[in-house]
Design a binder for this molecule. Structure first.
Ligand code: PMV
Length: 331
């Protein structure tokens, strides 16, 4: 018997307190907790259908040809976990659309695996709690565990060997605090070193890695308090220092990993200057050269102006805080 096709939408999230490093590779357990916000406007939409007469999985990405290689492998091994739970043996057809550039530091893996977790479990007839979905999504991509939820989200590092306490949970809803996010693209290509590869190389060779891990607990506490009291200045400081320390850890690897380009650095200087001059903004940067700028609604038009005026900002996406991954009707 074929199962019903199910479609889910999930949004990317941006970490304000970063995760960088893994405590277990196979279970994909993070070495640190993290704190993020889920964005509204950018999205991944994924439909999954399990087909009784199908012996293998097929994946269509952004309406392109049937995917193969690493992309298909990651989806297949993720679906294996769902099949095992649901006692299914047949292959699935997966159709996925990203409404933003993939693989360029915009965390499409987060929304991708969150949407896949929600659509595939529903298509397989499973009813999982948010926490179970988060644990499942984590096994596709660490940051995907956070995109299961909307608004402000904290991911727990956990200590259990089986990963049962490594899941994300919402700490404040999207309407708790109206923050805006501008994603400034500074490059058009795919990133050179994926986050998993970057983390493993950093762990193996960076003499700063233990020091980085030691700072995260305190940063999480500061960020949690800043979110609760809507203290923009405090959130700005902790988010920028978490970002810079994560990149310092990667830079100290051997050979060092430098995700930034000239525009990234130039933007950091310009944004810091604007902040010194009273504009309520802060930046964060993930495993790529793009710069994400957070600001208050009052500062948003000035921040857009600042970014739009620059030749080195190739594309600008505006987002506010959004919901967690959810099932939608139709494709
Ligand atoms: O879970 P991944 O493989 O998407 O890695 C995420 C790594 C960073 O984006 C750099 C930090 C983070 O916490 O999102």
């Amino acid at each position: 018997m074929n199962t019903m096709p199910s479609t889910a939408v999930a949004h990317p999230n941006i970490a304000l307190v970063k995760y960088w490093g893994k405590r277990h590779i196979d279970l994909n357990l993070p070495a640190t907790g993290s704190l993020s916000v889920t964005l509204e406007e950018l999205e991944t939409r994924t439909t999954v259908e399990f087909l009784e007469d199908r012996g293998h999985d097929t994946l269509h990405l952004d309406g392109g040809p049937v995917a193969s290689g690493r992309e298909l492998d990651r989806v297949e091994s993720f679906l294996d976990r769902v099949r095992e739970r649901a006692d299914l043996e047949c292959g699935a057809h997966v159709e996925t659309h990203n409404h933003f550039p993939t693989g360029a530091g915009l965390a499409s893996s987060a929304s991708g695996f969150a949407a896949l977790a929600v659509a595939a479990t529903r298509a397989a007839g499973l009813e999982l709690s948010g926490r179970e979905l988060s644990r499942l999504a984590r096994q596709g991509s660490g940051s995907a565990a956070r995109s299961i939820f909307g608004g402000f989200v904290e991911m727990h590092r956990g200590t259990a060997e089986d990963g049962s306490d490594a899941y994300a949970e919402p700490i404040a809803s999207p309407d708790h605090w109206d923050l805006r996010c501008l994603v400034a693209e500074t490059d058009t290509g795919q990133k050179e070193i994926g986050s998993t590869e970057g983390m493993l190389h950093t762990e193996r060779t960076s003499p700063y890695h233990d020091a980085w891990i030691e700072t995260v607990e305190r940063d999480l506490e500061t960020a949690r308090d800043a979110v609760e009291s809507r203290d923009f200045e405090a959130l700005a400081e902790v988010a920028e220092s978490s970002c810079l320390r994560m990149h310092a850890d990667a830079l100290a690897a051997d050979p060092g990993i430098l995700y930034w380009n000239g525009a990234t650095v130039s933007l950091i200087h310009r944004l810091r200057e604007a902040r010194r001059n009273g504009l309520d903004l802060f930046f964060t940067i993930d495993a790529g050269p793009h710069v994400k700028v957070f600001c208050t609604p009052e500062a948003e038009s000035d921040v857009i102006q600042l970014l739009a005026d620059r030749d080195d900002v190739l594309n600008l996406h505006e987002a506010s805080l959004g919901p967690g991954a959810h099932i939608v009707e139709g494709m």
